[in-house]
Structures are given as C-alpha cells and as structure tokens.
Design a protein around this ligand. Structure first.
Ligand code: FAD
Length: 430
C-alpha cells in the first residue's frame, strides 16, 4: 500500500536545525515530516536570538517557509515535547524521530553574588529584547552608567551593540516595543566585555580563517596606535563607549553597600599557559574590581534533557550521538545545538542537519527503521486532544505573522512581535 511506502518522520524543534533537517528528509519522494514546536511560533533562535539590527540573517525564514509549504510537511506549534507528548509516544507513532530542540538554558557563572539583582544571563536579555515570552518580565535596570558582560563571543557582542546603539537606530527593527521603551531611558554609557583569555582566542566568528589574522591585526592596531587628532576628538565627544578586558576571570559579583544589588565584579588576572589547543588561562594571583550596575553573563547556552528515556550527556550538554544517530537508540536522531553543543552559526547548523538527514535516509534505505505503516500525526493528534492541547498549524502562524506585520506598519517597523502566547491563541480563536 502507499502507506507502507510513506516513512512517517517527526522533528522536535522548529529552529534552523529542525527546518534544515526536514528540508533534507523531504528529498525522499514519499517521506512525510511533522515538525513539533513548543512555542506557538516557528523558527527558534532566528526569531528569538538573532539581533534585531541584523535583519538579513533572518532571510533563512523564506527557505523554512518553503519547506513548511511542502504538501508532505506540517508544523505543529504550541506542543512541548516531554510535557504534552513524550518521546516514546512519538517513537510509537513515527518510523523515526529527530530531536532538534536547541539549547534553552544558560551556563551559570558559579561564583558568589550571581543571584543578586542586577545580574542576569545574556540569554534572558536577548530573549527579552527579541520578544521571547518567558523573558518578558525581565525589566533590566539600565539606570547605571556601566555594564559588564562576562564573555566575549558573538552573543556578548550582540548584547553590547544593543546596549550602545542609539535607540533611534533600532526604531525600524523588529525589537519589541517594551524593550525599545526601556532602552530609550537607558543611562548605560560604558560596556566592558570581559574574557579569561587573550585577543588571539576570542570567540567571535569570522566567515573564513584568513580574516582571523586581519581581525587580530585590527584589534592590536586599535589597541596600541595613538589615534589621530580627528579620531581623538571623535572619541572624546562620543557619549557611549565599549572596551574589551582580556585575561580576566570573574571571581565574585560584588554587592552594593546595602547588599541589595550588584555593584561590581571582582576579576582575577590571568595569563596563558600551554601552546595551541592546550592553551589555558591560569590566575596570576592579582585581582581587579570593576564597578558596574549591570552584569550580563554570556558564557554560553546549554541544552536540557527533554525526556528521561533519551540519553543525555549532562557534562557536555548534548545528546550522545554518532553523526546524528542517538547512541543505542535505533530510530532516534538529533541535529543542531542539541547534537553539537551550543556553538556555530546558522550555516554550521545547516551542514550538520543535512548530515543527520542523510544518515536517517541511509538507515531507512538499509531497512534499519521499523517496517510496516505508522500512524504519524493522527495518533499524536488524538493524544494531544485528550490532553487539552491545541496545536498551532503553519497557516495559523501565517495569520499571526500578518497580524505582527500589520501592527508594525504604523511605526515603520517590519513587524511588532506578539509576545504573549495567550494573546496569540486568542487571535487564532483557540
Ligand atoms: P534553536 O534555534 O534554538 O531551535 C530550537 C527550537 O526547539 C526552538 O524553536 C525551541 O522553542 C524548540 N524547542 C525547545 N524545546 C522543545 C520541546 N521540548 N518541544 C518542542 N520544541 C522545543 N547565527 C547566525 O548565523 N547569525 C547570527 O546573527 C546569529 N545570531 C545569534 C544570536 C544569538 C543570541 C544566538 C544565541 C545565536 C545566534 N546565531 C546566529 C546562531 C544560531 O541561532 C544557531 O546556530 C541556530 O539557531 C541553532 O539552531 P537549533 O535549531 O539547533 O536551535
């Protein structure tokens, strides 16, 4: 029968990994792919991570939308796997399951004072200005003049840029109205980006290896050259500034005199030991206190285990796998940040997701996946409805999308994001 020839596959998560995996799986002429997403809206960090002033990065949404429009692909938002439906239930209903649920947590600093008001994760700050529902209550206090970002990766740079960009330059982006309002009142003038290692080890991404040398040269030149008179005058009149502090490892968030909030960071001075890959930053014994009113920790994202039935390496924060095949669990795959760890740009995630898709299709061809028909969404839909869960389809998302675009129009924004899942569901008549 045709059903027997139809591989039913599901993907968990609708970020770049989920969509690129689905795109590859659909190369199989009969495969049907369902994408489950816990948010009522698709695209993961393309919507909730990528900075609002980098709209060109979000063009990948066009490709994802094409994938979602395939007659053999469906999007089911508002379904949290591990809560609304379990991974074993998905494994029953499908021939194969791909876990692409990203990295939703952040790595803790694990230093005293981390819990003080005035300290938050860059992840939460990014979620706040990008409209991630769970971070809308953040209300970062920008009434201080100095912010310290612990970490020097791409996310740290995004956060520094958002803090320092004159708000009028963000007015025509998809940053949320609430975030823009708070940034307009910001008194932050100086942002320090603190890193344990030196300029040669910074984690900014550059597209090809050659520019790393150029970037390093530029960093060194800017740091050591005396500016010419015009540049010196420009710098003196600038109302906001940022700087990199290298070879500094955070030891403690210092409390204000009344102990109520963060007032600075104590840093241990470090130096590098070892060569190449084995280079480590070790403390010299010297300390430095950096006063500030806001501390943003940006030392990395972290994946969470999704379901007790799925193996999880909590040390590395990934699902243990060989080229996307989950160890010891036939029919279960993974892609994206939950497979590789939370590093790499969308292009890296694409390559790795295509590879997972390729492995799955190979296994299918080799007869390694269960034979016989599988019910796919029909079975899951019944479970969800018995649990009172109302999934959001891709055409539902397109209604929300149109609403967001319409709300942005009056103010010249590409969209005004909906930030309240209840409101989204109400608009859909759910
Ligand atoms: P995600 O994009 O996080 O997608 C995971 C999806 O799974 C999410 O939609 C999530 O809601 C969903 N999910 C989680 N748990 C469940 C569950 N239990 N059930 C169902 N669904 C679930 N790359 C670039 O190329 N350019 C940039 O400018 C850029 N900027 C970035 C800025 C920031 C702040 C960050 C953090 C990353 C940035 N990246 C950028 C990197 C890029 O976002 C990642 O490479 C990519 O998003 C990883 O894809 P993913 O699908 O693995 O994870």
């Amino acid at each position: 029968s045709t059903q027997e020839k139809t591989p039913q596959i599901c993907v968990v998560g609708s970020g770049p990994a989920g969509f690129y995996t689905a795109q590859h799986l659909l190369k199989h002429p009969q495969a049907h792919v369902d994408i489950y997403e816990k948010q009522p809206v698709p695209f993961g960090l393309v919507r909730f991570g990528v900075a609002p002033d980098h709209p060109e990065v979000k063009n990948v949404i066009n490709t994802f939308t094409q994938t979602a429009h395939s007659g053999r692909c469906a999007f089911w938002g508002n379904v949290e796997v591990g809560r609304d439906v379990t991974v074993p239930e998905l494994q029953e209903a499908y021939h194969a399951v791909v876990l692409s649920y990203g990295a939703e947590d952040h790595r803790a600093l694990e230093i005293p004072g981390e819990e003080l008001p005035g300290v938050c994760s860059a992840r939460a700050f990014v979620g706040w200005y990008n409209g991630l529902p769970e971070n809308q209550e953040l209300e970062p206090d920008l009434s201080c003049d100095t912010a310290v970002i612990l970490g020097q990766g791409n996310v740290a740079l995004d956060v520094a840029r958002i803090l320092l960009t004159p708000p009028e330059h963000l007015e025509r982006t998809d940053i949320t109205k609430a975030a823009l309002g708070v940034l307009r009142q910001s008194r932050v003038k100086t942002v320090w980006l603190v890193g344990r290692r030196g300029p040669l080890q910074v984690a900014f991404t550059i597209k090809v290896p050659r520019p790393r040398k150029r970037l390093t040269e530029l960093l060194l030149r800017t740091a050591t050259e005396k500016p010419g008179p015009a540049e010196a005058a420009r710098q003196a009149s600038a109302s906001r500034a940022w700087g990199l502090r290298f070879f500094r490892s955070p030891q403690q968030v210092l409390p204000s005199p009344d102990g109520r909030r963060a007032a600075g960071v104590r840093l241990a001075v470090t130096r590098l030991e070892g060569v190449d890959e084995a280079t480590r930053a070790v403390p010299t014994g010297d300390m430095e206190d950096l006063p500030c009113g806001l501390v943003l920790s940006s030392i990395g994202y972290k994946s969470r285990p999704v379901d007790p039935s799925v193996p999880f390496d909590s040390k590395l924060g990934v699902i243990p796998n060989v080229e996307g095949r989950v160890m010891d669990v036939p029919g279960l795959y993974c892609s994206g940040w939950v497979k590789r760890g939370p590093t790499g740009v969308i292009a890296t995630t694409m390559t790795d997701s295509f590879l997972t898709g390729q492995m799955l299709l190979q296994d299918l061809k080799a007869g390694l996946l269960p034979s016989g028909p599988r019910p796919g969404y029909a079975a899951i839909q019944a479970l969800l409805s018995s649990r009172g869960v109302r999934p959001v389809s891709f055409s539902d998302w397109e209604k929300l999308d149109a609403e967001e675009v319409a709300r942005g129009q009056g103010t010249g924004k590409p969209r005004e994001k909906l930030v309240d899942p209840q409101e989204m569901l109400r608009l859909l008549g759910h």
